[in-house]
Design a protein around this ligand. Structure first.
Ligand SMILES: *[C@@H]1O[C@H](CO)[C@@H](O)[C@H](O)[C@H]1NC(C)=O
Ligand SMILES: *[C@@H]1O[C@H](CO)[C@@H](O)[C@H](O)[C@H]1NC(C)=O
Length: 316
């Protein structure tokens, strides 16, 4: 009797130890300077958000140095030379060829385009038949915004809470589809090192998005404090503390609202967000409209670029 109880206890503690130390996530794909432009395609259609932008294809982007490899990283930028471009300023929007359902997405980013008047840069994922397969906006903001907005868009019937998020992040709306889906559920965040000029000043860092059946979480780590398990290629979100944003709760069947997501990086100008809020933003004094500012000030966009060290996708 005594012996078997001891054995049971011993067995249980062994099991627990194995559960804690075993790697939860294994690598599925790595996108970096070895393969990025083979694995992402250039979107050349009109901007769905009605921006003052022309998305160019791979050849034009390469010829005009809007996309390529720079400083050992993937560079994605915009035309910062042409004054008064007709129909919009040249830029790029790239989506991964491969689509993912759930997983851990770890982006090591050295520079982002955000924090500049007229610019709306985003790192996000989305699935087919928008918004029925969902959209996860990991890095997004407009004009001189100093902190990240993290937003989900879904079809009707998905309401998520913020339990387990940093207390400085606020979920402004829990229903991820109010009306037409354009207004998602969205966190405003407080860390200026996680976004725009603050992010670029510290050499950027790591954004991690964990998507499971029970929650969608976004973490940020500045370059000077990247967890060792990420650097070692054995990421373990249970060791990372609180995420900047955690969308969770029983009001949404995540598996039926999110699926088959491509990974996207883009830079657009003005349009439905940066343009619509122009007159109430600190940028308004620079020009009467967002489009006029973007058209007439090419040099303002020299810093409007992504510099991506890698995007790694892990699966449980
Ligand atoms: C751009 O074109 C040059 C010349 O053909 C090529 O060497 C380079 O690899 C291209 N860059 C990318 C990112 O494809
Ligand atoms: C979130 O709400 C708290 C409490 O009202 C406030 O102090 C904080 O500034 C808010 N944070 C953001 C990013 O809006």
């Amino acid at each position: 009797m005594r012996t078997s109880r001891l054995l049971l206890r011993f067995g249980a503690s062994l099991f627990c130890a194995a559960g804690i130390t075993s790697a939860t996530y294994v690598i599925e794909d790595i996108y970096d300077t070895d393969n990025f432009f083979d694995s992402f395609n250039f979107y050349t259609g009109g901007d769905p958000t009605a921006g003052f932008v022309k998305y160019v294809g791979a050849v034009t982007a390469n010829d005009s140095s809007l996309a390529g490899y720079s400083s050992g990283a993937v560079y994605l930028g915009v035309d910062h030379k042409t004054r008064n471009p007709t129909g919009g300023r040249d830029s790029v929007r790239l989506a991964s060829n491969k689509a993912y359902t759930k997983g851990l997405f770890i982006a090591d980013i050295a520079h982002m385009p955000n924090g500049i008047c007229g610019v709306w840069g985003a790192f996000w994922t989305f699935g087919p038949n928008w918004p029925s397969s969902g959209e996860i906006d990991i890095i997004e903001g407009v004009n001189m915004q100093a902190t990240d907005s993290i937003t989900l868009h879904t079809s009707p019937g998905c309401t998520l809470g913020s339990t387990g998020s940093l207390p400085t992040s606020n979920l402004s709306n829990t229903n991820c589809n109010t009306g037409n889906g354009n207004d998602g559920c969205s966190f405003s965040t407080a860390n200026t090192e996680a976004f725009g000029t603050g992010f670029n000043a510290i050499g950027g860092g790591i954004y991690a998005m964990e998507w499971t059946s029970s929650a969608i979480k976004v973490y940020f780590f500045p370059r000077y404090s990247i967890p060792a398990d990420i650097t070692a290629g054995h990421p373990d979100p249970t060791r990372w503390g609180m995420p900047m944003a955690s969308f969770s709760g029983s009001g949404c069947d995540i598996d039926s609202h999110f699926g088959q997501h491509a990974i996207v990086f883009d830079i657009t100008f003005c349009g439905q967000w940066a343009g619509n809020v122009w007159s109430s933003s600190p940028c308004a004094s620079k020009a009467p409209t967002c489009n006029a500012y973007v058209a007439q000030n090419p040099a303002a966009f020299t810093g409007a670029y992504w510099l991506i060290n890698s995007v790694k996708v892990y699966q449980e």
